[in-house]
Write a protein that binds this ligand. Structure first.
Ligand code: HBI
Ligand code: FE
Length: 259
């Protein structure tokens, strides 16, 4: 996969400096436009935990300073942002999560990609992922996920575990007393899929089922056709607590499920 970021300056853990002064005014303006578009949608479709967290973040003025937000994060849940050039290898990614460091891409999409981008950019990573790191239960789950990822590598089960991440952290839905809400970063940061995932009659919306999620394939270049719905982050934490080793062994011989 030809990646867009500049990996030449990355350290051995794939971290880079954010160099906030290098962003141009037009990049900050594009970030603000993305933020303003999503702000109208998240009020209606994002889960309460995301809404509460983003209220405490000065996230709309332009591309955020990672070190300033890391100070707020550390104080709340012990997490911090690690600046990266883009997608990084699984082992580096899982190692960062296992140490409560969330990788956030430093570059911003081009104006032509306003509506859709394949690779995660700073808007997807920061606006989509960072606010929920302020939620203690979600933060603990992601920490466990990172440790589970390193174990999955030893068990050659990363493909299965990546599906869990996809159907929760990236595209998860939550049932709330006010109705369905999105918590997945790929949904919260999407101009079109955020309303679609809640309003459209087309996609399947299944109660969260760990084994089904681990078996269900996904497409990265289109709206999801299947969403999994949790009751709460506490339920997600409980459901993913068991040792996955016997689950991997049971599911490995079975065919993947089409979404
Ligand atoms: N790298 N920067 C970055 N962000 C991701 O979300 C990411 C990654 N590398 C690997 C990866 N995700 C997935 O393979 C894991 O979810 C399994
Ligand atoms: Fe993401």
């Amino acid at each position: 996969m030809s990646l867009r970021g500049d990996y030449n300056l990355a350290a051995s853990d794939f971290s880079v400096e954010q160099d906030w002064s290098a962003y141009g005014e037009e990049e900050h303006a594009l970030y603000r436009r993305l933020f303003e578009r999503q702000s109208k949608l998240v009020a209606r479709y994002a889960c309460p935990e995301w809404i509460d967290a983003v209220a405490g973040l000065d996230a709309g003025g332009g591309i955020p300073r990672f070190d300033a937000v890391s100070r707020q994060l550390r104080a709340k849940t012990g997490w911090e942002i690690v600046a990266v050039p883009g997608l990084i290898p699984d082992e580096a990614f899982f190692t960062h999560l296992a140490n409560r460091r969330f990788p956030v891409t430093v570059w911003l999409r081009t104006p032509e990609e306003f509506d859709y981008i394949v690779e995660p950019d700073v808007f997807h990573d920061f606006f989509g992922h960072v606010p929920l790191l302020f939620d203690p239960v979600y933060a603990d789950h992601l920490h466990e996920y990172g440790k589970g990822g390193l174990k999955a590598m030893r068990l050659d089960a990363v493909k299965m575990l990546a599906r869990l991440y996809w159907y929760t952290i990236e595209f998860g839905l939550m049932r709330t007393p006010q109705g369905l809400r999105a918590y997945g970063a790929g949904l919260v940061s999407s101009g079109g899929e955020l309303a679609h995932c809640i309003e459209s009659p087309e996609p399947k919306r299944l109660p969260f089922d760990l084994e089904r999620a681990l078996r269900t394939d996904y497409r990265i270049d289109r709206y999801q056709t299947t969403y999994f719905v949790i009751e709460s982050f506490a339920q997600l934490m409980r459901a993913t607590e068991p040792d996955f080793t016997p689950i991997y062994a049971k599911l490995r011989p079975l065919p993947a499920l089409e979404p």
